[in-house]
Design a protein around this ligand. Structure first.
Ligand SMILES: NC(=O)CC[C@H](N)C(=O)O
Length: 221
C-alpha cells in the first residue's frame, strides 16, 4: 500500500505521519508542496498537521493553493483516499474537498491535551474501531472550532459523515464535531492526531489501529 505525504513549509507532523504509516507496513513517499504530481500508484494522500506557511491569512489557506493541490484534487476525484490531520483538515476545508471551516477555538487559546472521542460514520477510517466506540487521541491546535451552516451540519449527520465527535468539546466545535468524511467517505479530515498515539512510548496506541486497518484494507483491495 502506497502513501504519499504532502509537505509544506511549516508542516511539523509530516514525519510522525510517515512513521505511523510505515509502522503499519505502508510504502511512504514525501511530496514537496511545489511538486505537481503524486507518485504513481498512490493509494492514500496524507495531509499532515503543523503550521503551513506560518498559519498566515487563515490556517491552511495558503497551502490550499500550493501547486501540489491540483494533484490532490485529481487523486480525490479518482476516488483516492485522503487523510487530513489537524492543519491537514484545515487545508482540506480550505480547498473545498470537505465542507465547513475551522475557526479560532472558542476560548481563543491553543489547546494541547488528550481528548475523548466517539467513533461514528461508516468508512475505511472508522472501521478500525467500530461505530459507538470511545477512544482517546491528542489534540494540539488554536483553530479547531468546526463551523458549518445548519443545512450542512444536518446533511453531514443525516449521511453519517461525522467520523469522530468529542465526548466533551474542547474548542467550541458545532455539534462536537472532531472529524468529517467526504460524500464518498474516502476523504477524512480530523483535528485530533492519531499519528501521535501509535506507540506505547507515547502513552496511547489508539491511533495505531486506524493506520493498521487502513493499510490492511488498502493492501487487500
Ligand atoms: N497541530 C496542528 O496541525 C495545528 C494546526 C494549526 N496550526 C492550529 O493551531 O490550529
Amino acid at each position: 500500500m502506497k502513501a504519499a505525504i504532502l509537505v509544506f513549509p511549516g508542516s511539523n507532523c509530516d514525519r510522525d505521519l510517515a512513521t505511523a504509516f510505515r509502522a503499519a507496513g505502508c510504502d511512504v513517499t514525501m511530496v514537496w508542496h511545489k511538486d505537481t504530481a503524486l507518485p504513481a500508484g498512490t493509494d492514500i494522500v496524507g495531509v499532515p498537521g503543523g503550521f503551513s506557511f506560518g498559519d498566515y491569512l487563515r490556517c491552511g489557506a495558503i497551502a490550499a493553493n500550493a501547486p501540489v493541490i491540483g494533484a490532490l484534487r485529481d487523486h480525490a476525484a479518482r476516488g483516492g483516499y485522503v487523510l487530513g490531520i489537524c492543519n491537514g483538515f484545515q487545508v482540506l476545508t480550505e480547498t473545498g474537498l470537505l465542507p465547513g471551516a475551522l475557526l479560532r477555538n472558542a476560548r481563543l487559546k491553543y489547546i494541547c491535551r488528550t481528548v475523548g472521542l466517539r467513533v461514528e460514520g461508516e468508512s475505511l477510517f472508522t472501521h478500525a474501531y467500530g461505530t459507538g466506540t470511545e477512544i482517546a487521541l491528542p489534540i494540539a491546535h488554536h483553530d479547531g472550532n468546526y463551523y458549518a451552516d445548519a443545512d450542512t451540519l444536518d446533511r453531514l449527520e443525516g449521511e453519517g459523515r461525522v467520523a469522530f465527535r468529542y465526548t466533551e468539546t474542547p474548542n467550541g466545535s458545532q455539534r462536537d464535531i472532531a472529524g468529517i468524511l467526504s460524500e464518498n467517505r474516502r476523504v477524512l479530515g480530523m483535528m485530533p492526531h492519531p499519528e501521535r498515539a501509535c506507540d506505547p512510548a507515547q502513552g496511547n496506541t489508539d491511533g495505531a489501529r486506524l493506520f493498521a486497518h487502513l493499510a490492511g484494507a488498502l493492501t487487500a483491495a
